[in-house]
Design a protein around this ligand. Structure first.
Ligand code: PSV
Ligand code: MN
Length: 426
């Protein structure tokens, strides 16, 4: 399945007049504020978010899974689905593979498929949270932190194998997320578990090619419910520092306890040059993996405020690897991802509108009320015409969701792959 530019162009015609009127109105307002729309549009056009190979099928909970029909059951099909997303949104230009869920069989075919859709290979992800059918050791009691040396060695070797796979595809980074932890007090010696994890990560880090980065993801709980070895950004930060200067922290928005000030964590990491990877999603209670921006759009905007500030002011921080890490339990995954990409670009565009100079001056003057006014002024601007215009300039869809539906893509996928096709993943 490949969507042609012509098909999108034809469907854009329906809404182009209304779009141009809305865009011209907004651009006029921004000109009054001294903001050049085209500069913002160029930033939006450059913003690319990786799609995880495991997110193209239905997600599930421990209570069940509701398939959507036409799910991609091979890696080639998953890349085709990302190709659909990228053609429509022009902002999903990379795939992030999870191994062994999506271990390539024919590397050349996979690379050709990705090139056809203009998709690159972002971070590769290891999986030491599930046992594989042919594995000698079990991760029931952890992987890199396990008290059993054989288990640790198996987990280390798996990560080295993931690097080898990533190298063949052109990836330049490895993301490690560990489920390691304990369910009951006393089960773990915290210090030993941390030390084993550190030693194991260092071996993995030392196996990285010199132009690769390591991202260490943290999470407070789940699947373990009493303790998690890498529970917070501080632990990730500390482990990354122990590994070396190409190891960084990865922030996943869902991996915080309720009401954690994530924007402050983001600012701290950027200031220290340690924010390497970023997983987008949204949540109400825990790691709910809901559509980006669906629950707390203002928080997402505040986070983007720090990201925009940090990307401009912190050259010590590397380019951030963006990825959507959501689970699609009741919606068509492609529709869900389209909505997430839209929410990300909207929050980014709003944050780009913040008058940073005025904010800085108000902060220096300790004018609290004015500081508080400046942010909502940007947030309440309807930036959707800017986001649409950036897609239009790249020959994407003005309204990706409605074009997706008009083209009947889900039905075409069901016809092609069958109603019961099932994607690998969680
Ligand atoms: C764990 O919750 C996580 O956020 C990690 O990034 C995993 O790789 C991914 O989700 C698996 O769905
Ligand atoms: Mn994640």
């Amino acid at each position: 399945m490949k969507i042609e530019k012509q098909q999108i162009g034809d469907l854009n015609k329906k809404s182009i007049i209304a779009h141009k009127a809305q865009f011209n109105f907004l651009a006029g307002q921004l000109t009054h504020l001294g903001i050049k729309s085209q500069q913002l549009i160029e930033r939006l056009k450059a913003f690319q978010v990786a799609i995880p190979s495991w997110a193209l099928g239905a997600g599930g909970t421990r209570f069940g899974r509701f398939s959507y029909g036409g799910e991609p059951s091979t890696l080639e099909q998953k890349i085709d689905d990302i190709g659909v997303l990228h053609a429509l949104t022009q902002s999903a230009g990379a795939v992030s593979l999870h191994i062994p869920w999506d271990t390539p069989e024919d590397y050349e075919a996979i690379k050709q498929k990705a090139a056809l859709h203009n998709i690159g290979f972002d971070a590769v992800n290891s999986n030491t949270f599930q046992d594989q059918p042919d594995a000698r050791q079990s991760y029931r009691f952890g992987s890199l932190s396990n008290v059993d040396q054989h288990v640790r060695e198996q987990a280390i070797h798996h990560n080295i194998e993931v690097i080898r796979i990533g190298k063949k595809l052109g990836s330049k980074s490895l993301t490690v997320w560990l489920a390691d932890g304990s369910n009951f007090p006393g089960q773990h010696n915290f210090q030993t578990a941390l030390q084993y994890t550190q030693t194991s990560l260092k071996i993995i880090y030392d196996s990285l090619p010199k132009d690769w980065k390591l991202y260490i993801e943290y999470k407070p709980y789940e699947p373990n419910f009493y303790s998690t070895v890498i529970q917070d950004w501080g632990t990730s930060f500390m482990l990354a520092k122990e590994c070396g200067d190409r190891a960084y922290t990865l922030v996943d928005l869902g991996h915080h306890l309720p009401n954690t000030n994530i924007e402050q964590i983001v600012a701290t990491l950027l200031h220290k040059g340690m924010l390497g990877g970023f997983h987008f999603n949204d949540s109400k209670y825990g790691d709910d993996d809901l559509t980006v921006g669906s629950i707390k759009p203002y928080t997402l905007f505040l986070i983007f405020n720090e990201l925009v500030y940090g990307m401009a002011k912190n050259p010590q921080n590397p380019e951030i690897a963006w990825m959507i890490d959501a689970s699609h339990n009741i919606k068509d995954p492609l529709e869900d991802l389209i909505q997430s990409l839209e929410a990300i670009l909207i929050a980014y565009a709003q944050a780009l509108l913040i008058d940073q100079q005025k904010l800085r001056a108000a902060q220096e003057a300790q004018d609290v009320a004015l500081c508080q006014e400046i942010l909502p002024t940007a947030y309440r601007t309807d930036v959707r015409p800017l986001v649409k215009e950036s897609r239009l300039q790249l020959h994407g869809a003005l309204d990706p969701l409605s074009v997706y539906r008009s083209l009947g893509i889900r039905q075409a996928l069901i016809n092609e792959r069958g109603k019961d096709a099932r994607a690998s993943g969680l």
